[in-house]
Design a protein. Sequence first.
Length: 194
Amino acid sequence: MKDYSKYDDKQLIGFISLEGKESEFAFKEIYFRYAKRIFSHCNLKCVNQDEAKDMNQEIWMIFFQTIKNGKTDIILPHYLYGIARNIYLQNCKKQNKQTTLNEDKFEIDSIVSPYISLEASIEEQDLIKIIKMASDYLNELLKETFHLKWFSGLTNKDISEITGESVENIKQRSHRSMAKILEILSPFIKDFQK
């Protein structure tokens, strides 16, 4: 059996477009490469775990069907995040949620690591929950940029490709989202510094 971990994404997508076991093994390799990041992104977008699981499953089904339908010029993980974004926006429309689409490197570790030790994983999880809750106070565009950059680890260029906006807009939005998060979290950060 081939070692599919040695193939790049483009080659694996080519294998997925085929029939049989090769397709299945190639899909599993792609899934293992990106599943954790994509599910984490879904979890940030959704209200609860069940909704995140449903969204995650839908992303992977759409991805697989797209390849089987002949589209193989896909760039990963951008394409998967793009699917997630579209599903989220469709769900917002279904639920009549209002989304703002015309507004606008610190890393999440730069907030978390100076104030908590690795041994304090429970406190770290609590802080991540607080950061996630703080991000709920951002408008949809700032929130999306914040999640893609700091929770999913994408670059400004990656986010630009997903959203179709300029890198400069993404940089500005990223800066504004971080400034707003730091403003919201300032009382909590002071507590961690003590």
